[in-house]
Write a new protein. Sequence first.
Length: 255
Amino acid sequence: MVICPRGLNQVLKDGSHIVNWTVARDLLRPESFSFLATVFVMLPAAAFLSHLRIESGLPLPPKSRRYRLGICFQILVAGCAIQFARAHEITLFPAVTPEGLQLSYGVLFVAAGAIGLGRGWPRLTEKRRRRALLLLPENTRELGYWVLISLLAGFGEELAYRGALFYFLREVTGSTPFAIVLCVLAFGVAHVAQGPRAILGTGILALFFHLLVFVTGTLYVVMLAHAGYDLVIGVIALQYARREAPAHLQPVGAS
């Protein structure tokens, strides 16, 4: 694995899990506090408030405005992750080029996701489809925003959850499984705006993303896979939005 913080060997001792208190004290540094507060507090809180707003049935701000805010959030996440990684000497951008086989794993993931999403959408209840269309693009202009959001999410969220956060937590605790669990939970809760079930769904997705990182040894492939998956969601949603335009205009809470 080429992405690794310096000093990890000081954390693992005789196979036991101990806490690196030197690293733990670094949590008070501004770049550490801002990053961890973003992934563990700000993003989950924003997602939960969005969930409550959607459930209330109250009108939402224009989607273009929400998309622009989402773009700002993604840039913030990426920036905080990069600063955090620099402070803790975590190499997020190793000087390696993914090989053809490694890239094929990402392509297969996106292809499988496209097939699953295409088959899964018609099985959603009407309420869940209308809720999804509150968040996903419904016209070509919104799709343009969505393309940018997808690219930024693939870049920034992978830097954060599969990069900086994972390797920091593994160094602090000495436990790879525990670090994965925390990252998966944080990633899932940060997507609760899509509904409570999204915590489980995105959590499973996060596990696959972690697996891609372990198999390929870098974040590059998973960044492409994540962005591609999000793009596929947007394209599929746009296709169904055009077919179901009259139905999804009712509030989500309507019977």
